[in-house]
Design a protein around this ligand. Structure first.
Ligand code: ATP
Length: 255
């Protein structure tokens, strides 16, 4: 691993009975880099993320997380990783500030209550502090999950569709908070999203997955230019069209 690589995945393969969810994925995320993993429903994005975090055990391949390879060694560095997604529940009987303070304490923050407040401020959602977990909408739960995942300024932040259920205003605040965090603290980001406009705003590099395989991996502008498109949305549609035809769009940006 080079010094500035926080995640390196090689030859990842995962099957669920008859379904090959991930079929030989290679990917790398450098320190401070913002990478988006995109692709159609069922492309293998979540399975890839879960394999990187050790929540899913792949049949083949290696995952090197913050310099650590084996499962046990990787578990030790998970404290420097943050994860959030729209599908993680919150404890219903805790207020948001209590929940975040609990995590800040687990993270070893010197002043957990202040850390929790600062986390909410980072995403401009201080208004949620006194709300009960049970009373939050799915979008509000997602934002609190993002705050929880970022309070300890992780070296790598893994987000599975973090803004899928957010209204445009809150999604903007979350994106702003994430960009600020990544730039200020050097946090690397690996994020999945179906929103190509969001990916253009958030990511420097994009990896397209389809059928569990990497189709294209490169900087957003390079891929867009090489495929002769004007937006990532058009790139996505072009790649979808070509894979639906059983062909692969060719671009020199592919890793
Ligand atoms: N626990 C599981 N058991 C069986 N099959 C699974 C399981 N999890 C995922 N799959 C299958 O693996 C494939 C990849 O799923 P995955 O959730 O990784 O895709 P995805 O790209 O994240 O999709 P989406 O964009 O819809 O969230 C799909 O065909 C899915 O049905």
């Amino acid at each position: 691993m080079t010094d500035d690589t926080v995640l390196r995945v090689r030859g990842l393969r995962k099957r669920y009975r008859q379904v090959t969810a991930v079929d030989g994925v290679d990917l790398t995320v450098a320190a401070g880099e913002r990478v988006a993993l995109v692709g159609p429903n069922g492309a293998g994005k979540t399975t890839t993320l879960m394999s990187c975090l050790g929540a899913v055990q792949p049949e083949e391949g290696t995952v090197e997380l913050l310099g650590q390879r084996g499962r046990r060694a990787r578990r030790a560095v998970l404290a420097r990783v943050g994860f959030a997604s729209g599908y993680l529940p919150l404890p219903p009987h805790l207020r948001v500030r209590e929940f975040l303070t609990l995590y800040a304490r687990l993270y070893g923050a010197p002043n957990p209550q202040e850390q929790a407040r600062a986390g909410l401020r980072q995403f401009d959602v201080e208004g949620l502090a006194d709300r009960w977990g049970s009373d939050l909408s799915s979008g509000q739960r997602t934002v609190v999950g993002v705050v929880k995942a970022t309070m300890h300024a992780p070296a790598l932040l893994v987000l599975d569709e973090p803004t899928a259920s957010l209204d445009p205003d809150v999604a903007l605040r979350v994106r702003g908070g994430l960009l600020d965090l990544c730039r200020r603290r050097g946090t690397a980001l690996l994020v999945t999203s179906h929103n190509m406009v969001e990916v253009e705003r958030l990511a420097q590099r994009v990896i397209f997955l389809a059928g569990g395989r990497v189709l294209v991996d490169g900087p957003v502008e390079t891929i867009t230019a090489q495929l002769g498109q004007t937006s990532l949305e058009d790139v996505y549609l072009r790649l979808r069209e070509s894979t639906a035809d059983g062909r692969q769009a060719s671009t020199g940006a592919s890793s």
